[in-house]
Design a protein around this ligand. Sequence first.
Ligand SMILES: O=C(CO)[C@H](O)[C@H](O)COP(=O)(O)O
Length: 298
Amino acid sequence: MKLGMIGLGKMGYNLVLNCLDHGHEVVAFDVHPEPAQKLEQKGAIAAASIEELASKLKPPRVVWMMVPAGETVDLVLEQLVPHLSRGDIVIDGGNSNYKHTLARAEKLQANGLHYMDVGTSGGTSGAREGGCFMIGGNPESFRSIEPIFKDIAVKNGYLYAGEVGSGHFLKMVHNGIEYGMMQAIGEGFEILDKSPFNYNYEDVARVWANGSVIRGWLMELTQNAFSKDPNLEEIRGVMQASGEGQWTVETALEQKASAPVIAMSLFMRFRSLEEDTFHGKVVAALRNEFGGHAVVKK
Ligand SMILES: O=C(CO)[C@H](O)[C@H](O)COP(=O)(O)O
């Protein structure tokens, strides 16, 4: 198939290479010209603008956006939509909030365009060698772009989840699960670290990654991280968050669904950003007030 790719960061760039490997034609654009120029040498068609990208595709076009979630998606759509024709398909492969996706889909549908939301997992290596895709949108549009996913996903690695929004909703929950799993792995190693035993964490992660109940890619990545820095002495435990975990927890609250592990994992991320906390001071002050318990002075 022929498609356009807008956004050639770590994910978009690798997705283009993956598509090219499987004989798809890709028109590639990024605000920075270098990645499109590099991809041109590998067989892609470089575009210098979104308008040029659209002009190098024949209707019905397929244009995949792989740009940061949020206002960048709206900026790209603003520039792209005037150059599209009825029946064209626009894919948002980023981690967009599904509510924003629903609003964007409504606007595009009013112009006769089809909006598809594709939650993309598997990291940069998955994008390059075979990823996992959670796809929402109308079924006819899905059928027309399915050949791409057949080629660039790992075996059994794509799902048509249903109507528009369902792909990004699924990816949001996937990322919420990711928070909980990573927090549990982190806590396990913290207990080992405070134990009376002298474990080699790379060896522990390796044995847990092989045949154990808790084996999996995250454990393999844990092994990988400890192989580079055996006690993670070179980094601080600051855990940033991009938003998906928070949306999962907000959605759980809206639905009155119990999701304590994911919620606590999110709060641990927030806690990790602070050296000290005001709540800690309040509790320490109260213990001192009612029981004369010692406080740690600055
Ligand atoms: O989608 C992903 C993995 O599945 C991304 O890596 C995700 O953005 C990471 O989220 P966060 O920054 O909140 O940890």
